[in-house]
Design a protein around this ligand. Structure first.
Ligand SMILES: [Zn+2]
Length: 327
């Protein structure tokens, strides 16, 4: 949302033409580019212009550099920041800029990793242990009990080899508090992801098939297309309607100043409302239970019942107003 003619409106980020409602925004999106999750709000004309410029790597490189070089003052401003892109100017909000920077940082980390992996600088697995090394931080495969047991066993089957690596991964990567700590220092968001990735890796190793050699199948990122579409749609609806959901939340928490409600609780309720209002096939009670559980896990100890009560009030209000018809 941007301030247009002294009022906050949804507007095209390029020509700044205001839309009567958010549904009019065209979401410019192309999955193969690195700014993909940054759903730009563009009118149809600007969207096609934008896609053309994205295809031009020269323009894109300058555009990304300009974003990188924005000052803290510009980013901290409540007004939209203007960034030149080719002959156009694109308005960005703080949230956009933060997202772009996070994506750039991740991309750089991936590139750096690829470089070092490609130049043959990989450490040998059986590097000798040094006395002062943190034993948990550095795993020497040949020194582990798991490896010693494996070597002492008569079983030289493929299954035994597979089990060796599964056990090593489970012990030294999955259940490694030091590694979790290192990752958490890098980014607050990584540890939740790590648990999921670890589970996937372990399942994948378990399914290793001798006949497939080095071409083992990896578990798919999503269960199916529908699952992926669900995630995208939920995310978009939450972002695009966040102001409306905030409004509903504030109306139903009259005894509370919105600023005093945990930020995490607001985000969880906004996402819950997006699910309740955008997915006719999901029963309200299923969504309610789901987000109350999420709140217990990610927010404060009181968040579960607070969110349950607030969402319940909003659902009743929307039903009375005829804006919500499912059960
Ligand atoms: Zn436009």
């Amino acid at each position: 949302m941007y301030k247009v003619d002294r009022a906050y409106k949804y507007a095209c980020q390029m020509c700044h033409e205001a839309f009567p409602n958010v549904e009019m925004c065209q979401i410019a999106n192309s999955p193969e580019v690195e700014l993909d999750p940054m759903n730009l709000c563009l009118c149809p004309n600007c969207a096609s212009e934008y896609k053309k410029m994205r295809a031009d790597e020269y323009d894109l490189e300058y555009f990304l550099e300009d974003i990188e070089n924005l000052s803290d003052a510009e980013i901290g401003s409540m007004d939209p920041v203007e960034v030149a892109f080719g002959n156009e100017t694109i308005w960005f909000t703080q949230t956009h800029i933060a997202e772009i920077r996070e994506l750039r940082a991740l991309q750089e980390a991936v590139d750096k990793y690829k470089d070092s992996a490609g130049s043959g600088q990989k450490k040998p697995v059986d590097k000798p242990v040094q006395e002062d090394d943190d034993p948990e931080a550095e795993v020497v495969v040949s020194g582990t009990d798991i490896y010693k047991d494996y070597m002492a066993s008569d079983d030289d089957s493929y299954e035994a080899d597979r089990e060796l690596w599964r056990k090593l991964y489970k012990t030294y990567i999955f259940n490694n508090d030091s590694l979790d700590q290192v990752l958490e220092d890098q980014s607050l968001y990584w540890n939740d992801d790590k648990e999921i990735v670890d589970t996937f890796v372990l399942k994948t190793i378990k399914r290793f098939d001798e006949k497939k050699g080095a071409n083992q199948e990896l578990l798919p990122e999503f269960k199916d297309d529908e699952d992926q579409e669900f995630a995208r749609r939920l995310f978009r609806r939450t972002i695009l309607n966040s102001d409306y959901y905030r409004h509903l939340i504030s109306e139903n928490t009259k005894n509370w100043d919105l600023d005093r409600i945990a930020f995490m609780d607001i985000i969880i309720m906004q996402t819950a409302l997006a699910e309740i209002l955008s997915f006719p096939n999901i029963p309200v009670s299923v969504s309610l239970n789901e987000y109350v559980e999420i709140a217990k896990l990610y927010s404060t100890s009181k968040s579960g019942s607070f969110i349950n009560g607030t969402l319940d009030g909003i659902v009743n209000q929307l039903k009375k107003e005829g804006k919500l018809t499912k059960n």
